[in-house]
Design a protein around this ligand. Structure first.
Ligand code: ATP
Ligand code: MG
Length: 183
C-alpha cells in the first residue's frame, strides 16, 4: 500500500484546506523553521490513529485544532484525509474492495474524534488494524520524530530502554500486563 495523498483542513498550522499529492519515489519537504514540516508528519501519524497527545506535541488532543494566529480566529474542528493506493489489494479483508482507500479523521472541540473509511463511519480500532500488518501505522518505528535520534543518544539507560521498547512494539504488552495486575 502506498500513500498517495494527504489532505489537511484546520490541522495545527494548516488552517486552510491543503491538498498534497505524494508521488512515487522519495518526497522531501523543505521550508523555513516553523512553517509546518513536522506538523505534516504529525498529521500522518494522527490520521493513522495516534491517540497520545504528547506524540502531537500537545497537552490534549484538541491542541491539533488550529488555535488562531494574528487576525485569524481559532477553528472548531480539524480534519485529515490520507489516501492509499490499494490497487494491489493489500488491505485487510473488509477494507479490500476498492482501488483507493480514503481514511478520514476529524476532531471537533468537545466532541472527540471520528473516523471514516471511504466515507463510512469506522472505529479508531479499525483504522489502527488496517495498518497493523503493514510496516507502518501511528506507532511505526519508521516514523522518526525530530530530535528523537539525539534523545536516544543522550538518554539515561532506563529512558533509552523505553524508546527501544516502543520501537520494538512491545510497550503495549507492558501496558496490558499493568492493567491485568490491577484487576
Ligand atoms: P522546524 O524547521 O523548526 O522543525 P517545522 O517546519 O517542523 O519547523 P512545525 O513544528 O511543523 O515547523 O510547525 C510549528 C508551527 O505550527 C508553529 O508556528 C506553531 O505555532 C504552529 N502550530 C502548532 N500547533 C498549532 C495550532 N493548534 N494552531 C495553530 N498553529 C499551530
Ligand atoms: Mg520540525
Amino acid at each position: 500500500m502506498r500513500f498517495t495523498r494527504l489532505r489537511l483542513n484546520g490541522f495545527k498550522s494548516f488552517v486552510d484546506p491543503t491538498d498534497l499529492v505524494i508521488r512515487d519515489g522519495l518526497t522531501g519537504v523543505v521550508g523555513p523553521n516553523g512553517c509546518g514540516k513536522s506538523n505534516l508528519l504529525e498529521a500522518l501519524r494522527w490520521v493513522m490513529g495516534e491517540n497520545r497527545a504528547s506524540a502531537m506535541r500537545g497537552d490534549g488532543m484538541e491542541d491539533v485544532i488550529f488555535n488562531g494566529s494574528g487576525k485569524r480566529g481559532a477553528r472548531n474542528f480539524a480534519e485529515v484525509v490520507l489516501q492509499l493506493d490499494n490497487s494491489e489489494r493489500l488491505a485487510p479483508a473488509g477494507f479490500n474492495d476498492a482501488d483507493t482507500l480514503d481514511i478520514t479523521r476529524r476532531i471537533t472541540r468537545d466532541a472527540g474524534s471520528a473516523y471514516k473509511l471511504n466515507g463510512k463511519d469506522v472505529r479508531a480500532r479499525d483504522v489502527q488494524m488496517l495498518f497493523a500488518d503493514a510496516s507502518t501505522g501511528a506507532h511505526s518505528p519508521a516514523l522518526v520524530r525530530q530530535g528523537q535520534i539525539s534523545e536516544l543518544i543522550n538518554a539515561r539507560p532506563k529512558a533509552r530502554r523505553r524508546i527501544l521498547e516502543e520501537a520494538a512494539g512491545i510497550s503495549g504488552l507492558y501496558q496490558r500486563r499493568h492493567e491485568a495486575e490491577l484487576k
